[in-house]
Design a protein around this ligand. Structure first.
Ligand SMILES: Cc1cc2nc3c(=O)[nH]c(=O)nc-3n(C[C@H](O)[C@H](O)[C@H](O)COP(=O)(O)O)c2cc1C
Length: 209
């Protein structure tokens, strides 16, 4: 019989250990994942819904929290940007294998103010700024050569000057309605604690594994 992997790294996850705010709890788990040596501890899967009602998912990086929301930056005219414009409900999933922990978040997404996108864009290496400026994210391109030629042309056009923040690029924050913390336990009897937003704060409930 094949051996099923057992999740035994952590002591049980108890209600009494959770911080009052789920994003503080999430920050703790991200910090623990970084300390455990995970290279992309802030990587999260973002699921969106298309106009046809079909889901799509991809990974983006969590770039911190703002006004109670989880922030990420992207091209706002690519597939996820178009889907979010039509259906602002979205979901996020973090998975840290070195910690045997998962976090699932559901909520509504809104655009960050332009000033916040500009501040983040300015903090990026020039190469990343040029890439963001050059890429028509999610569009079909005839060849790699065409893309590289466009990058080269932009490099020359902006030689010695600041790359402007493109109109089509910026940040979002997902305002959570539900945040679930999952921690692996032996025999598939995992711990699952879910914060649900209520009129006056957060309610935590335990889910069966
Ligand atoms: C580890 C990792 C981190 C990523 N971070 C981002 C990100 O922060 N923003 C982004 O737009 N794309 C990021 N990507 C690329 C996306 O997964 C995706 O390919 C891209 O955003 C296009 O998605 P879309 O066509 O659904 O809009 C990342 C990919 C990986 C594997």
């Amino acid at each position: 019989m094949p051996q099923a992997k057992q999740y035994t790294l952590n002591p049980p996850l108890d209600e009494s250990e959770l911080l009052p705010e789920p994003l503080d709890q999430l920050q703790n788990w991200i910090t623990a994942a970084q300390a455990a040596g995970m290279i992309d501890a802030t990587a999260m899967t973002l699921a969106t819904v298309g106009a046809d009602g079909r889901p799509s998912a991809r990974i983006v990086l969590c770039k911190g929290f703002s006004e109670g929301g989880v922030c990420f930056f992207t091209n706002q005219e690519g597939r996820k940007g178009r889907e979010l414009a039509q259906h602002p409900d979205a979901a996020l999933v973090f998975w840290w294998d070195k910690l045997e922990r998962q976090v699932r978040i559901e909520g509504r997404v809104e655009r960050l103010p332009r000033a916040a996108s500009l501040e983040y864009f300015r903090s990026r290496p020039r190469e990343s700024q040029l890439g963001a400026y050059t890429s028509r994210q999610s569009a079909v391109v005839a060849s790699r050569e065409e893309l590289d030629a466009r990058l080269e042309a932009n490099e020359q056009a902006f030689a010695g000057i600041e790359i402007p923040l493109p109109d089509f690029w910026g940040g979002y924050r997902l305002l959570p309605q539900a945040v679930e913390f999952w921690q692996g336990r032996r025999g598939r009897m995992h711990d699952r604690l879910r914060y649900l937003r209520t009129a006056d704060g957060w309610n935590v409930e335990r889910l069966e594994p």
